[in-house]
Design a protein around this ligand. Structure first.
Ligand SMILES: *[C@@H]1O[C@H](CO)[C@@H](O)[C@H](O)[C@H]1NC(C)=O
Ligand SMILES: *[C@@H]1O[C@H](CO)[C@@H](O)[C@H](O)[C@H]1NC(C)=O
Ligand SMILES: *[C@@H]1O[C@H](CO)[C@@H](O)[C@H](O)[C@H]1NC(C)=O
Ligand SMILES: *[C@@H]1O[C@H](CO)[C@@H](O)[C@H](O)[C@H]1NC(C)=O
Ligand SMILES: *[C@@H]1O[C@H](CO)[C@@H](O)[C@H](O)[C@H]1NC(C)=O
Ligand SMILES: *[C@@H]1O[C@H](CO)[C@@H](O)[C@H](O)[C@H]1NC(C)=O
Length: 547
């Protein structure tokens, strides 16, 4: 009997140890965000009936996500963020439709039966872990949902009005009001928990601890985090909190880095709304094409965040217009996406972005994914390349003294047309010129690499060579494509799966100088013999690593 108890204790400890994913582990991941109701249909369902503007359930479940994880894994993601699993509003339909999105909490101690059973959620978690991915679950603790300002509290996890703040409408210019008053409006009220109440703190603690352990959850996305008393979060989040896992909080906002940064500390991480806003201003067409907004936000971020390398980087989510609704040119998506993967932070892709979905906002930005037939579009393949490259960087530098994910992003060069950044060995050159070819636009990137250093652009696998004084002149004669460069010797010596084989298939100096006109620099054209020597060296190296 004693042995059994000891065994159970040890097992619990081991299980806990294995589950409690830390900020350091999440830093290396990339996340695909799913709204369970919209990701996949059960076999045999009619695929034509889901209408986002009807604001009702379309049929996705934890099982249908589990059956369709290949699409996420093949894109190279190493974590899945799912919409809330808590029981949602059981009452009548509202003026804003039904609780298909999962954010209208009723009794958190029960699961949302629309999405499956406890066994289904366990099976999903198990399958995600079998694929070496992490599971992030969205949780709502700020509020519950009601249709009036005097609801029947007996239906919720906290069954008495004394656990809630009294009703008041949020004044968004007043921080106290944002934390104490009720989100929503008079059609759908969101009764606000008093997260300074010791009973609320301890019962939420037991609840999240049990949820995380039962379903082996690796991390939490926290809804409406800035609407909760900041002192609550250390009791709930992180290694010392009740959940024991990494938390990434929603701190909805605009360009102001200070507003977002003050929540990193109470929380391990926040969704990087200031950088998202800056990316829209720098890249979207039409738009102000304001690269300064991006460089300012990068420098503010370095000053104000505790750790930029664990922030959540995104271009879309269930509350924002799809990127394609704000920008007509697909190259802007590729350039902004490359920023999110190649700079500090954890890249997050909202389901459907890889299908160029274009819903302009809630509810139209919650399109069903199935009409896309899960096609491996160019955007899907672009994201796959970014994931493959980032995963390779993570893996190949993890046990070195300079892991790629902890290296701080440096701005090398800014221009009116774009920006060049460096993180670890990787130089990323991004532009907002869009798809049309530009013969008279270029960015002269000042790099720390020596003249004649051979580089590989991992987007195209083209070979580049650094020009005099370390300059890399990026031209846009084939349009404004993102350029991601790494020394070819690094790729070769670490057996990269990215661009493997591309170097030895280089067709010779003429073809390479052809690709250089997409994207290269004067030094090549005037120094063809050097290029040939470099290519010869690179070819022999690549043959060496293949053998
Ligand atoms: C649905 O179809 C998929 C793919 O054919 C299959 O793996 C899965 O088992 C099916 N699910 C059910 C519930 O029949
Ligand atoms: C801010 O909101 C709180 C809570 O509603 C209220 O008590 C306080 O008076 C407000 N402050 C100002 C300056 O309006
Ligand atoms: C409630 O919803 C109706 C229908 O959508 C809308 O016309 C009305 O403005 C809403 N009322 C409030 C208080 O927001
Ligand atoms: C560009 O962004 C900067 C920093 O946010 C701002 O000061 C400036 O006014 C913006 N310029 C334009 C043209 O929008
Ligand atoms: C990292 O390397 C390990 C061992 O080679 C491999 O199993 C794993 O899939 C790699 N992870 C990624 C994200 O590439
Ligand atoms: C750019 O240059 C190429 C080759 O010199 C030429 O064919 C093309 O017409 C030019 N495009 C523009 C937009 O000037």
């Amino acid at each position: 009997m004693l042995a059994l108890v000891l065994w159970a204790l040890v097992a619990t400890f081991l299980l806990h140890g294995a589950q409690a994913a830390s900020a350091a582990q999440w830093r290396d991941r990339s996340i695909y965000q799913v709204i369970i109701d919209r990701y996949a249909l059960p076999n045999g369902s009619d695929p034509t009936t889901c209408n986002p503007s009807a604001q009702t359930w379309c049929g996705g479940t934890w099982n249908t996500l589990r059956e369709n994880l290949d699409y996420i894994q093949d894109a190279g993601f190493t974590a899945v963020w799912i919409s809330p699993v808590q029981q949602n509003w059981q009452g009548a339909r509202t003026p804003y439709g039904d609780a298909y999105h999962g954010y209208w909490i009723q009794d958190s101690t029960q699961l949302n039966e629309k999405f499956g059973t406890a066994d289904d959620l366990l099976a999903l978690s198990k399958e995600i872990h079998q694929r070496d991915m992490f599971l992030m679950v969205d949780v709502v603790v700020n509020d519950v949902m009601a249709l009036s300002t005097s609801p029947d509290y007996s239906i919720y996890m906290f069954k008495d009005a004394s656990f809630y703040h009294p009703y008041c409408a949020v004044d968004y210019s007043n921080t106290t009001s944002e934390q104490l008053c009720w989100l929503g409006d008079l059609n759908v009220t969101l009764p606000d928990l008093d997260t300074t109440n010791p009973t609320v703190i301890s019962q939420y603690g037991s609840w999240i601890s049990e949820l995380v352990h039962t379903y082996s959850i690796d991390g939490l996305r926290i809804d409406a985090a800035k609407h909760v008393d900041p002192d609550f979060w250390p009791t709930f989040c992180g290694a010392q909190g009740a959940s024991g896992v990494f938390c990434m909080g929603e701190v909805f906002g605009g360009l102001d880095v200070e507003d977002a940064a003050e929540w990193q500390g109470p929380l391990d991480s926040v969704l990087n709304y200031p950088m998202y806003t800056a990316l829209t201003q720098a890249f979207q067409i039409p738009g102000p094409l304001n690269i300064t907004a991006l460089t300012d936000t990068i420098s503010q971020s370095k000053k104000l965040y505790k750790d930029t390398t664990v922030l959540g980087n995104f271009l879309e989510n269930q509350d924002l217009p799809r990127w394609a609704s704000g920008s007509v040119d697909v190259q802007t998506l590729y350039n902004a996406m490359a920023f999110n993967f190649m700079t500090d932070g954890i890249p997050i892709v909202y389901y459907g972005q890889e299908q160029y979905f274009s819903g302009p906002g809630d509810p139209l930005n919650r399109e069903p994914l199935w009409p896309s037939h899960y096609t491996k579009t160019d955007a899907y393949k672009f994201i796959q390349t970014l994931n493959q490259f980032r995963n390779y960087l993570v893996n190949s530098t993890a046990s070195t003294s300079n892991p790629w994910t902890t290296a701080e992003t440096q701005v090398l060069t800014t221009s009116q047309f774009g920006i060049a950044l460096m993180k670890g060995d990787v130089i990323t050159v991004l532009t907002n010129v869009g798809s049309p070819a530009q013969n008279n636009t270029h960015i002269a990137v000042s790099s720390p690499y020596d003249r004649n250093t051979a580089l590989t652009n991992i987007i195209t696998c083209d070979q580049w060579v650094v020009g005099s004084q370390g300059y890399i002149d990026v031209e846009y004669t084939l349009g404004g494509q993102a350029v991601i460069l790494i020394p070819s010797t690094v790729l070769a010596s670490t057996k990269s799966p990215v661009c493997a084989g591309s170097v030895q298939t280089s067709q010779g100096a003429d073809d390479v100088s052809g690709s250089a006109s997409n994207a290269a620099f004067g030094a090549v054209k005037s120094n063809m013999w050097i290029l040939s020597v470099v290519i010869a060296v690179v070819i022999s190296m690549s043959l060496g690593w293949c053998s």
